[in-house]
Design a protein around this ligand. Structure first.
Ligand SMILES: C[S@@+](CC[C@H](N)C(=O)[O-])C[C@H]1O[C@@H](n2cnc3c(N)ncnc32)[C@H](O)[C@@H]1O
Length: 275
């Protein structure tokens, strides 16, 4: 749990950036669903490249403040770079911090925001307890999460979807010791209870897209299919792997990149919990 100083962005950073670009409208809607009275003091932890810090700080302008915290130097540099390009925002501070030992006083914030990071934290309850500590009594911890089984629903053949889901569950069990290891959203309620927080709002944001997909969605879909393949290639029967490769090939007429009836839904869930 010690803070790791990382000099390079993690392997998933390009796919995460593509996700932000593809679904920024729905992600901003999730940010807009957090109650933020003027003057609110918000902590974004872990902030990654500052995508949500920027959205929160634009929302709060002209009053209030957002503190972006992460333990990765590379991500903090990326956040500073992004946040330096924003126009009108509330005050922003970027701080190197370990999510398990935040360098902030008890009750220093009104809201702690934590997006799509519980999978990166090997003790999510400890991290949520630390977020609870730094928000004031009556303040909020806001968690945005998804579930590998539901995040991207694409109208590929049903048989392939079933093979892929089973292989993802097996890969999750091997990597995380549990089939739910890649399903942080379905564990958030339990984690919030264990951290002493009271769930008030659970709201899912659906991004619906249909062919022809715009370039940002195409880019994310390619990244998603590649990540899925990397995770499960050695677990799929050869015919299913060949089918997945056809779906991932933008030149293949049967892939969602070319099919005129291709459609996808991307689900992300916001949990608002009260201290
Ligand atoms: C999947 S990224 C999500 C980042 C951002 N919230 C977003 O959605 O774009 C996970 C983040 O957790 C950070 N992280 C992992 N363990 C951490 C820790 N112990 N303390 C602080 N940050 C941590 C990583 O550096 C990375 O930025």
């Amino acid at each position: 749990m010690d803070p790791e100083t990382t000099d390079a962005l993690p392997g998933y950073s390009a796919s995460l950036r593509a996700f932000h670009r593809a679904f920024h409208r729905e992600l901003r809607r999730a940010v807009a669903a957090v109650p933020l009275p003027p003057g609110s003091r918000v902590l974004d932890v872990p902030c990654g490249d500052g995508f949500y810090t920027a959205a929160l700080a634009r929302r709060l302008y002209p009053f209030g403040s957002v503190t972006a915290a992460d333990h990765s130097d590379a991500y903090l540099d990326a956040a500073r770079e992004r946040l330096g390009r924003q126009g009108r925002t509330a005050d922003i501070a970027v701080v190197k911090a370990d999510a398990y030992r935040l360098p902030f006083r008890d009750g220093e914030f009104d809201v702690a925001w934590c997006a799509r990071s519980l999978i990166s934290l090997d003790d999510p309850v400890a991290a949520l307890k630390e977020m609870r500590r730094v928000v004031r009594p009556g303040g909020l911890v806001a968690v945005l999460e998804d579930d590998e089984f539901h995040r991207m629903q694409v109208n590929v053949p049903v048989a392939l979807e079933l093979d892929v889901l089973r292989a993802v569950a097996d890969a999750a069990r091997e990597r995380y010791g549990s089939r739910a290891g890649l399903s942080p959203a379905r564990q958030v309620f339990r984690h919030l209870l264990d951290a002493g927080l009271r769930l008030e709002v659970r709201k899912t944001f659906a991004a619906d897209r249909h062919a022809p997909f715009d370039p940002a969605v195409r880019r994310y879909l390619r990244a998603h299919l590649k990540e899925t393949r990397d995770l499960i290639a050695d677990r799929l029967p050869p015919a299913a792997l060949a089918a997945l490769d056809r779906q991932s090939d933008p030149r293949d007429e049967g892939s969602p990149f070319r099919r005129p009836d291709a459609e996808l839904t991307c689900l992300t869930t916001l949990f608002l919990a009260r201290k």
